[in-house]
Ligand binder design. Structure first.
Ligand code: SAM
Ligand code: SF4
Ligand code: F3S
Length: 466
């Protein structure tokens, strides 16, 4: 069940923000917050709302927890190492709290949607003051107010339904890029994945709300719009609309800006959608289409609802319609029961498709998922060997893929200073490929034409053509 938070409730939370502001206004210096977001772009987007609400409460921000009034860890549960990192960081906060007992420590996000994690925090991390789930994000002002007054541990992880809260303040991490969630949750239950359990059922935002947010972002200087959802291709089902319609509507807004999206599920990547993308000139020429495995047997065990052949057909159609597009993907190595023969199918698919780049992960067992029931006889060492084999193959392919851009000129969105060389600028081609080039800092946030001179294996080097 979708719970749409009423404007009255948002107003009530704003009143709590004012009350928190009043408490701190008795002090001379600004209260400080440290917000650490782990995980995917959806979580980054939640982090921007957390910071927006904290700003309204009068907080300034610090890059480290030291000497702050509140620390918030916005967590990710997708793999074990993501959770280990959070626990490591939480442990380290014990010293900060000992030095500064008034500091409020809060943990939110996907991890705390799991009961065993909440139990562990209750028992082993007594210095954590507030735990709040993804459905309680909009109540942060009230939770902080209560904590300041009552000084008791608060656990607020509402389980009934999935929330959509409109009208929260947003403090964007970047002026140029804007994250715009279009839907929350996931219904797919891929057998390895924790996301449907921690983010709840799929629910879409109203098209009018999304368009309003995109317009505001563009008016305030955003040029790189990211539409976010765990499976954007199934946007709008319950609202009688679809992702293609949404893309067309955003594409028709005025201004020079780009539209990207993350993530799309191959099972819902229809020809109609690919046609819409091809027609929308503002939509990036970039498909991130997670394949996970090249073996039909493993894809079935993963509950992905497509075959290797289906995937290859989609890729063929995309390349026929948008020949200059880039293609990236996610792959899991070492799914329970995967054999070396299955893995070779993944290698051969990678060789055949030739992705621009890949996000590769070794399978991580998540409590409560279907994959937990499957026998997993392959050792970690063996999986590590396969993983390195895949990386080596992709490195070779990636370099060849980047070579094809040399000599071509692209309209590049200038994003900032070069990451490895601050005397250069860095930008993104319409394929979302990174290119570094010499230019004046004033160009940051604008579009320039850049000719590609050289391909490195992580980026391109180019020259501005005026
Ligand atoms: N909704 C997106 C989709 O289906 O494409 C992906 C979301 S997930 C946050 C990002 C990636 O993490 C997945 O595509 C998958 O490759 C990887 N992943 C998810 N669960 C995993 C697990 N248990 N172990 C290893 N990798 C995992
Ligand atoms: Fe996880 Fe699959 Fe949903 Fe992606 S589509 S979030 S991998 S269950
Ligand atoms: Fe992690 Fe939650 Fe995203 S589990 S990947 S932060 S949706």
């Amino acid at each position: 069940m979708t719970i749409r938070i009423t404007p009255e409730e948002i107003l009530r939370q704003r009143e709590f923000s004012q009350k928190v502001r009043d408490i701190f206004s008795a002090r001379e210096e600004l209260p400080l917050a440290h917000v650490h977001t782990f995980g995917c772009q959806q979580n980054v987007s939640d982090g921007e709302k957390i910071k927006g609400m904290l700003s309204e409460m009068g907080f300034g921000f610090s890059d480290s927890p030291e000497n702050t009034d509140i620390v918030i860890f916005n967590t990710c549960a997708v793999r074990e190492n993501a959770e280990d990192r959070v626990f490591g960081n939480l442990g380290a906060l014990k010293h900060d709290k000992a030095k500064n007992p008034d500091m409020i420590i809060a943990v939110c996000g996907c991890m705390v949607e799991q009961e065993h994690i909440v139990e562990r925090i209750k028992k082993s991390f007594p210095h954590v003051d507030i735990v709040f789930g993804t459905n309680a994000l909009h109540t942060l002002p009230e939770l902080i107010y209560r904590e300041l007054n009552e000084k008791k541990r608060i656990f607020s992880v509402p389980k009934e339904g999935g929330v959509i809260a409109e009208g929260l303040p947003i403090s964007r991490e970047s002026v140029i890029s804007a994250n715009v969630p279009i839907m929350y949750g996931c219904n797919n239950f891929c057998s390895y994945c924790i996301v449907p359990y921690v983010r709840g059922r799929e629910r879409s935002r109203e098209k009018s709300e999304i368009i309003k947010q995109v317009k505001q972002a563009v008016e305030s200087g955003a040029k790189d719009i990211w539409l976010l959802g765990q499976n954007v291709n199934s946007y709008g089902k319950e609202l009688g609309t679809n992702f293609a319609e949404l893309l067309r509507a955003i594409n028709s807004l005025s201004g020079e800006f780009r539209i990207s999206y993350m993530s799309s599920h191959p099972k819902d990547a229809t020809k109609e959608l690919i046609d819409a993308i091809a027609e929308c000139e503002k939509v990036t020429r970039h498909f991130h289409l997670p394949v996970q495995s090249g073996s039909d047997r493993v894809l079935k065990l993963m509950n992905r609802h497509y075959t290797r052949e289906n995937y290859l057909e989609i890729v063929e159609y995309i390349r026929e319609k948008i020949p200059d597009c880039s293609l990236t993907s996610d792959i899991i190595v070492g799914f329970p029961g995967e054999t070396y023969d299955d893995f070779k199918e993944t290698l051969s698919l990678v060789e055949r498709v030739k992705f621009d780049s890949l996000f590769t992960f070794i399978f991580s067992l998540r409590k409560g998922t279907k994959a937990e029931e499957l026998p997993d006889p392959v050792t970690a060492e063996e999986k590590g060997k396969w993983f390195r084999e895949l990386l080596a193959l992709q490195e070779k392919i990636g370099t060849d893929m980047y070579e094809k851009y040399v000599g071509q000129t692209f309209r590049v969105l200038c994003m900032g200073e070069g990451r490895t060389d601050a005397s250069l600028l860095t930008g993104k081609t319409p394929q979302n490929v990174i290119v570094d080039f010499a230019g004046e800092k004033e160009l940051i946030g604008s579009f320039v034409n850049v000719r590609i001179d050289k391909a490195l294996n992580w980026a391109l080097l180019g020259t501005i053509i005026r």
